[in-house]
Design a protein around this ligand. Sequence first.
Ligand SMILES: Nc1ncnc2c1ncn2[C@@H]1O[C@H](COP(=O)(O)OP(=O)(O)OP(=O)(O)O)[C@@H](O)[C@H]1O
Length: 298
Amino acid sequence: MTTGAAVRLTGLRKSYGEVRAVDGIDLTIAPGEVVALLGPNGAGKSTTVDLILGLSAPDAGDVTVFGASPTEAVQTGSIGAMLQGGALLDDATVGEMVAMVASLHRDPMPVGEALARAGIEDLANRRGNKLSGGQKQRARFAVALVSDPDVLLLDEPTAAMDVASRREFWRSMQAFSDSGRTVLFATHYLEEAEEFADRVVLMRGGRIVADGSVAQVRALAGGRSLRAVVPGATATAIANLPGVTEYQLRGQRIAVSSTDSDATLRALLTAFPDAHDIEITAIGLEGAFLSLTSEEEE
Ligand SMILES: Nc1ncnc2c1ncn2[C@@H]1O[C@H](COP(=O)(O)OP(=O)(O)OP(=O)(O)O)[C@@H](O)[C@H]1O
C-alpha cells in the first residue's frame, strides 16, 4: 500500500444544468479510516461517490485515490465499489458474476473468499433474478470485495436490507476495515454512521457542513435546546453562558443549543432573574442532524 491520503478531493465541483450537485468539496481520507458520508436526499453523496470512481468527470477540482486518478485506481483494483442499484445479471449465478469481475482484475481474492466475506456462500449457485433485495445487496458487496481493494466505496449499502441482514452486513464490513482498508459509505441513517464510522462527514446542498469524529457528532447530538424570554438579554451575555454552542436572539427571545443545559439555565437565571417562559428540549440525534443539514443561513 502506498503512503499518503487514501482519497483526496480538492475543490471538487459538479453541476447538472442549474443544480450544483457538488459545490466545492475538499476532503482528505487517511488510509484505514471508515468514513460515513451522511446527508439528506439530493445532498450530493452519490455524485461525490461517482466522481471518486471516475464514473463522471468533475467540472472543476481533482480526485486522487492513493495518488492515482480514479480511472487508474479502478483499473488496478485499488478501489472497489458497491453502488445503489448496481446491475446484476439475471441469468448468471452469484458465483459466476463474482468470478467474472474477478477475472477483470490482476490480483483478485478467491471467489469463495469474497462470497464468504459477504456472507453469501450458500447463494453461490442462485441466479440473479432469484435474489431478494437484501441478497442482491450482498451479491454487490461480494462483487465489490473480489478485487481485494484498498478503498471500498459503498453507496447506501443497506438500503434494501432488513434489520438482521443489516447487522450482518456491517459485521462483514467491519472485518474488512479491521484489516486496515479504507471505507467510505454514503448513508441516510445517522445510527449507521454513528455505529460503524470513525468519522462522519455531513453534506447538504453539495457542500460539507460538518466533519468530525463520531464522538464530536455524539456531543453535538446529545445537546439540549433552551428557549426563553429574557428581558435585557445581549448577544454577548447569551453567547458566554456555560455550555452554549449556538444561539439566536430575537428581541427578548433567546434560543440556544447547549451541551450542559443545567449549567446554562443556572447561569441564565443568575444573570437574568426575570427570564421566563423557559423551555428545555432534547435535540436528539435526528434534530442535530436536521439542524445541520436543513438550515440555509447564507
Ligand atoms: N445525472 C443527473 N442529472 C441531473 N441531475 C442530477 C443527476 N445526478 C444527480 N443530480 C442532482 O444532483 C443533486 C445531488 O444528487 P445526488 O444523487 O448526488 O444526491 P444524494 O445525496 O446521493 O441523494 P440520495 O440520498 O437521494 O441518493 C440532486 O439535486 C440531483 O437531483
